[in-house]
Design a protein around this ligand. Structure first.
Ligand code: UD1
Length: 353
């Protein structure tokens, strides 16, 4: 059996790692195609090294651009690659533009598509990722779900039961295997982060491109920084905006994006995390760290119902909420968040030659 994996953006890489490893153990032939959506060392190459993923066989080098331009470039450049390799399965991850764009190409060429992380919905079509999720799931032939709630969503949308397989959360596989390596970095200690600190990540257009929202969030962070260390490794998009708007970050430690193990070391000891990322909502739940998500909705409601996640609707309440946060010990982990999801993905593929 031959499978072709698609990755493009930072959140894809920790999802690919456990699936690739499990598929290799089962003797499946594998090809990795990187679309080049993310291209900075800290956003891409560093993850391949840290997570021991072989270098991509092909890089489409599409780079940044508007959604239409980026999606179109991926579609155009991926078609000959897929025609050349003709895999038994195209395996796509998550909800980024690379996921949707390559699924469209495969669907038209009659190559079967397996979607890892199927069935998540924010029900908010102003999010580009929601469009990517809807299109990808509609086209996919095998819907591999990360949590038990996703199947009902897919069934309600008319997907047949025999195309849906609950595999669990592959991101949590990588989290578990990486924790000892995260600890070895000693990164949190080097920064003097002793467990009383807060970690912030923000990159969604809805937060970052809205000057008023970004100013309000930063004012709350400055308030928190009066009593605790606040670490804010900022996505390139966020850095550009903070600079352009000249926002006050008094007391906050702003930095470039940080590597996966270092980030994990900082998060695993934190008092709380403030974010708009999808992955961090899940990682904090698995670790029992309070998470405050600055969004009106989440495609990962299981992290709110069963985990440590809380949506913050009124941004001016943020500093007060964070101050009262209490860690969940031991963490409550949703079903299938057990470190074996990658094995279940590989087996599901092997079962459908
Ligand atoms: C993408 C994903 C998002 C994911 C996020 C994680 C889509 C629709 N969005 O958003 O779901 O949560 O990645 O990071 O696919 N840039 C760099 N270097 C890079 C990559 C980007 O400087 O390596 C800058 C570019 O100026 C670009 C901006 O960041 O304009 C945004 O990058 P882009 O890939 O368009 O989307 P993200 O916001 O990263």
């Amino acid at each position: 059996m031959k499978i072709l994996h698609i990755v493009g953006a930072r959140p894809n890489f920790p999802k690919l790692a456990p699936v690739h490893k499990a598929a290799r153990a089962l003797g499946i032939e594998q090809i990795i195609v990187h679309t080049g959506q993310h291209y900075d060392e800290a956003m891409s190459a560093g993850f391949f090294r840290d997570l021991d993923i072989p270098a991509p066989d092909v890089n489409l080098e599409v780079g940044s651009g508007s959604h239409a331009a980026q999606t179109a470039r991926i579609i155009e450049r991926f078609e000959p690659v897929l025609l050349e390799h003709r895999p038994d399965w195209l395996v796509v991850y998550g909800d980024v533009n690379s996921t949707m764009a390559t699924a469209i190409v495969a669907a038209k060429l009659g190559v079967r598509i397996a979607h890892v992380e199927a069935g998540l919905r924010s029900n908010d079509r102003t999010m580009p990722e929601e469009i990517n999720r809807l299109v990808t799931d509609r086209l996919a032939d095998l819907l591999l779900t990360p949590s038990t709630d996703a199947e009902a969503t897919l069934r309600a949308e008319g997907e047949p039961a025999n195309e849906i397989v609950f595999v669990g959360n592959v991101m949590i596989d990588t989290l578990f295997t990486s924790l000892p390596k995260a600890e070895q970095t000693g990164f949190a200690q080097k920064l003097g982060a002793t467990g009383n600190h807060i970690v912030v990540t923000l990159h969604r257009p809805s937060n970052v491109d809205d000057a008023e929202r970004l100013r309000t969030v930063c004012a709350e962070l400055v308030e928190l920084a009066k009593t605790r260390q606040v670490f804010f490794p900022a996505h390139p998009r966020t850095q550009q905006q903070l600079k352009a708007l000249g926002i006050d970050l008094g007391g906050i430690t702003l930095s470039d994006p940080i590597a996966y193990f270092e980030m994990l070391d900082l998060v695993r000891n934190a008092h709380a995390v403030i974010t708009d990322s999808g992955g961090l909502q899940e990682e904090t739940t698995a670790l029992g760290i309070p998470c405050f998500t600055l969004r009106p909705n989440t495609e990962r409601p299981i992290t709110v119902v069963e985990g440590t996640n809380q949506l913050v609707h009124d941004l001016t309440t943020l500093s007060g909420l964070v101050a009262q946060a209490i860690r969940s010990v031991p963490p409550r982990r949703p079903a299938g968040w057990d470190g074996k999801a990658g094995e279940r993905v590989a087996q599901a593929l092997l079962d459908r030659p």
